[in-house]
Design a protein around this ligand. Structure first.
Ligand code: GRF
Length: 208
């Protein structure tokens, strides 16, 4: 039984999809805790209602990024984490943090990486005139929004799209894709070879 710790900063809809799929599909894992750097994150209240440990570690209480990350590592490790899942966790992580969880730290980003790392991805995809955008699940390395890609979802950009409409269509694919990717990890189905991640059963790693 693997312990998953999910880090959030806000509504936590990806976290909810993972908690629900884990229970519904009886993964060999449990969500041991949900941790937010914002004590008022809506996702924390939801997790608590589901009986999942919901913890806050307010980054504003720390003098430096390094000090916050060190405290976060302590809190995560106290939950016995085998896998750390970033789900809308709006913090830049220190190299010490990413090194500590190398190979067991996943993130979801709302663009087809390596395009549009960073913030405001949907605005930027629209401004660039992209006809295709999407979302990416990847292992986290020291470089922001980089690292071996586990799965990607393709979402067409439609005439008349706004960032909000595009975000909603991308999010609808993020949920099942992220849950599936986390399930693959806890079932030991992922092999990382350089930048390439292989799913051992040959399952499709591209969502449309
Ligand atoms: C998602 O779009 C995710 O890709 C990005 O932040 C958003 C988080 O949404 N990293 P939620 O908190 O999971 O609802």
């Amino acid at each position: 039984m693997k312990n998953i710790v999910v880090l959030i900063s806000g509504r936590g809809s990806n976290m909810q999809a993972i908690v629900q799929a884990c229970a519904r599909e009886a993964w060999p894992a449990r969500v041991a805790a949900v941790i937010s750097n914002r004590p008022d994150a809506a996702g924390l209240a939801w997790a608590r209602e589901q009986g999942v440990a919901a913890l806050a570690l307010d980054h504003k209480a720390f003098e430096s990024r390094e000090a916050f990350d060190a405290a976060l590592v302590e809190l995560i490790d106290a939950q016995g984490a085998d896998l750390v899942v970033l789900a809308g966790f709006m913090r830049i992580l220190t190299p010490a943090f990413t090194a500590h969880y190398a190979g067991r730290l996943l993130n979801i980003h709302p663009s087809l990486l390596p395009s549009f790392a960073g913030l405001h991805t949907h605005e930027r995809a629209l401004a660039a005139g992209c006809r295709l955008t999407g979302a990416t699940v990847h292992f986290v390395t020291a470089e922001l929004d980089h690292g071996p890609i586990v799965a990607q979802a393709m979402v067409p950009v439609l005439d008349g799209d706004t960032p909000e409409r595009l975000a909603a269509r991308v999010l609808a694919l993020e949920h099942p894709m992220y849950a599936q990717a986390v399930r693959w990890f806890v079932e030991d189905k992922l092999v990382v070879d350089g930048n390439r991640v292989r799913q051992l059963d040959g399952a499709a790693q591209l969502w449309t």
